[in-house]
Design a protein around this ligand. Structure first.
Ligand code: CAA
Length: 701
């Protein structure tokens, strides 16, 4: 059984004996069965031992408790229930004081709510992030919190799911008192506090009684239906908080239990819990050693991407040399950075002193020689192979031995770029998503000649930048762009559906923005010019070409597939639709109606098929890595678990049949999976994927 609870007896200054109970389950003191059994046993001993007057509950230095053990959810939770343990803490006749250092999250914060007082160090954080796992705080959290801080504030705190730092948490009433100093000062203060509280009437300190103060929450329902569109948990949370207002504690707990159970067995909870582990797993690459993160980063190109990467580095303690050989471009890039930070000061998300520090850590330069001391250099110029090769030859000349030479290309061949240097083993792709200082994903692209220790340094770079960092193979578009670019959008728009029909289906599926609106946002001119330059004639791009020729470039020109007002709000545009209808006429296509499900199949089953191709080619290490790339790079709805998890949930035989019906060439791995009825993360599937990966890479690790 994982975890335990340690007990040490301490004598307070008034001579009374206080039991210090410490949850012990590394790394985050999750409430695994061993911890729950330990708590139950220690609470019984607390009651039985008349020499002990009070208790302090802690998690040791650095972390109080990260909540219920999420890995137990899939296998089934055994042992005493957290709800009963929290009730036992709360009903103890002897005071129990929580001493919180580090995070107190989910079930961990619910345990703290069961304690009679909550003392916290300045490193403490309170949070009920269950909503991000598709569930709700199901051990009384939706009931005790409204009785402590009120219904409206509770709804916001639980539905946002964002942890709150100690000082703010004290202001909101989540903690009773802040204690200065380190963990031992906190523990000492908690022992003294508990000793003084011994013998007091604890009735008013018990949150599990009566009702919460009346509040009207219908507004909150609408607010969270919008801000957490498509998610079931926020609405269930509001129902529980409504029950806290309307019903006595025990009855309201029944509502919480029922809502919790409904969510827990649903597909959203399963997908979000899968995502929790997927996000952490993708950063782990078998065979790669740990490497030190770079301290100084050179960035070549001061455009939107380069300046975004520069901000991202500066904000995470990496010194930057921002290089552009054109002084005007450099000035423009630095001005954009300064403007961005000025807005942060206005919004009070950063102080002027912080911004001054960040700007001081970015050195603008027009000379390659200034990159000589950098540990990593990221090239971030526009997508032109000749230009990139020239830059890499120059980097080869000036960079110190061991410097990682990275390209931010979003799809060009890393190997061809590496050929321009005498050190191809030092060349990797670091594919940031725009805007680089906002988007959480970093794809680290491994070229065929990239050395493992260079790859390890690139992974450490991503971790230092706090990006969700995924190692991907060197193929056109890498992972996120490659799989998302095969979506069946052209098939639909040239097959008789108008932009609003396609986008409505995609947005109802959970995409933040339908694919047509997304294209308008990115701008049609970007691809249009490139296609013009290459003289490409693509029968699948006839609608696109018609838009481009009509100078309908998207949001930036006020019109694209939609028209846009001054606030960039989109609306259907008869002119654009007439252009599309003209294309249909030329192609002999009739307008069509399709169900939401049919549209989603055409849009996204090709993405699943392409994901399988990435796996069989050894371009992705795991199916969940592809999901992570799509969720964090393309805002694919997290609560479906990403395209691969979604595909598996439909059944691979269904996916295969539909992919074949669409006339697409199915992946061999998909065929095998459909025939063998693989489930995601099943042993057989993982073995199939691992063998494809190993045959491409292991010999080189
Ligand atoms: N259960 C099981 N494992 C957990 C866990 C949890 N609640 N929280 C973290 N872990 C594991 C991670 O999977 C990771 O494992 P590996 O090293 O094997 O990958 C390890 O602990 C360290 O986690 P992180 O890499 O995330 O470390 P961090 O220091 O960056 O962050 C954290 C620590 C802030 C606690 C973060 O892990 C986190 O947010 N955890 C989830 C918190 C949460 O959602 N709690 C609610 C659980 S549900 C609940 O409590 C329901 C209820 O009401 C009954």
């Amino acid at each position: 059984m994982k975890g335990q609870v340690l007990c040490e007896k301490r004598t307070a200054s008034d001579g009374s004996c206080v039991a210090v109970l410490t949850m012990d389950n590394k790394p985050v003191n999750a409430l695994s069965a061993g911890v729950r059994v330990g708590l139950e046993k220690q609470l019984q001993e607390l009651t039985a031992d008349s020499s002990v007057k009070a208790a302090v509950l802690s998690g040791g230095p650095g972390v109080f408790c990260g909540g219920a053990d999420i890995s137990e959810f899939a296998t089934g939770v055994e042992g005493p229930s957290l709800t009963d343990i929290i009730a036992a803490i709360e009903n103890s006749e002897k005071p129990v004081v929580a001493a919180i250092d580090g995070v107190s999250l989910g079930g961990g914060y619910e345990v703290a709510l069961g304690c009679h007082w909550r003392l916290a160090s300045s490193r403490a954080q309170a949070g009920l992030p269950e909503v991000n796992l598709g569930i709700l705080p199901g051990a009384g959290g939706t009931q005790r919190l409204p009785r402590l801080i009120g219904a409206e504030k509770s709804v916001d705190f639980i539905c946002r799911g964002t942890p709150m730092k100690a000082q703010k948490a004290v202001q909101l009433g989540l903690y009773d008192q802040l204690v200065d100093g380190d963990y031992s000062s906190l523990l000492q203060a908690a022992v003294e506090f508990a000793a003084k509280a011994a013998g007091q009437d604890l009735t008013l300190r018990r949150l599990g009684r009566g009702k919460a103060k009346a509040a009207e929450l219908s507004q909150k329902r609408q607010e969270y239906a919008k801000s957490r569109k498509g998610e079931l948990a926020p609405q269930a949370i509001i129902s529980c908080v409504e029950a806290a207002v309307a019903q006595d504690f025990q009855d309201a707990m029944k509502v919480e239990f029922s809502e919790f159970c409904k969510l827990m067995v649903g597909p959203q909870a399963q997908a979000l819990q899968y995502m929790f582990f997927a996000q952490r797993q993708c950063q782990k690459v078998p065979g790669l050693d740990k490497a030190a993160a770079p301290g100084t980063c050179g960035i070549v190109g001061a455009g939107l991407m380069g300046s975004g990467i520069a901000m991202c580095c500066a904000e995470n303690g990496i010194k930057v040399v921002l290089l552009d050989i054109d002084q005007k471009n450099l000035d423009r890039g630095m001005t954009a950075i300064k403007k961005n930070y000025a807005r942060s000061v206005e919004r009070k998300s950063k102080s002027q002193a912080q911004v001054d520090g960040l700007l001081a850590s970015i050195t603008p330069s027009t000379s390659y020689d200034s990159l000589g001391h950098c540990d990593i250099v990221v090239e971030a110029v526009f997508e032109n192979m000749d230009l990139k090769r020239k830059i890499f030859a120059e980097l080869d000349r000036v960079c110190k031995p061991g410097c990682v030479l990275a390209s931010n290309t979003s799809g060009l061949n890393i190997d061809s770029i590496a050929e321009a240097t005498k050190r191809p083993q030092d060349v990797v792709g670091c594919h940031f998503f725009s805007p680089a200082n906002v988007m959480p994903l970093l794809e680290n692209v491994r070229g065929p000649r990239t050395a493992p220790q260079v790859m390890a340094k690139a992974m450490a770079f991503g971790a230092k930048l706090k990006k969700v960092t995924c190692l991907v193979g060197n193929c056109p578009g890498f992972i996120a762009n490659r799989v998302m670019n095969v979506s069946g959008w052209t098939h639909l728009i040239q097959g008789g559906l108008l932009p609003h029909q396609i986008d409505a289906a995609a947005e109802a599926f959970g995409m933040r923005m339908g694919p047509t609106r997304m294209m308008d946002l990115v701008g049609l001119d970007l691809f249009g010019r490139e296609r013009e330059r290459k003289g490409e004639q693509d029968p699948d791009r006839v609608v696109f070409d018609a838009m481009y020729k009509a100078s309908r470039f998207g949001q930036k020109s006020g019109k694209g597939y939609y028209s846009y007002d001054a606030s960039r709000r989109h609306s259907r545009d008869p002119e654009a639709e007439a252009l599309i209808q003209q294309v249909w006429k030329n192609l002999g296509v009739q307008p069509r109606e399709m169900s939401q499900e049919e549209i989603i199949d055409v849009l996204y089953l090709p993405v699943v098929n392409e994901g399988f191709k990435c796996l069989e080619e050894g371009m992705a290490l795991r199916a969940s890595d592809i999901d992570v790339c799509c969720v964090f790079g393309y805002n694919w709805p997290r609560y479906t678990g990403g395209p691969m998890k979604w595909g598996f949930s439909l059944g691979l035989d269904q996916v295969l049949a539909k992919v074949e019906k669409m006339g697409l060439k199915p992946s061999e791995l998909l065929k095998e999976g459909a025939q063998k009825k693989w489930r995601i993360n099943s042993k057989e599937f993982n073995a199939g994927v691992a063998s494809a990966w190993n045959s491409r890479w292991t010999s080189k690790l």
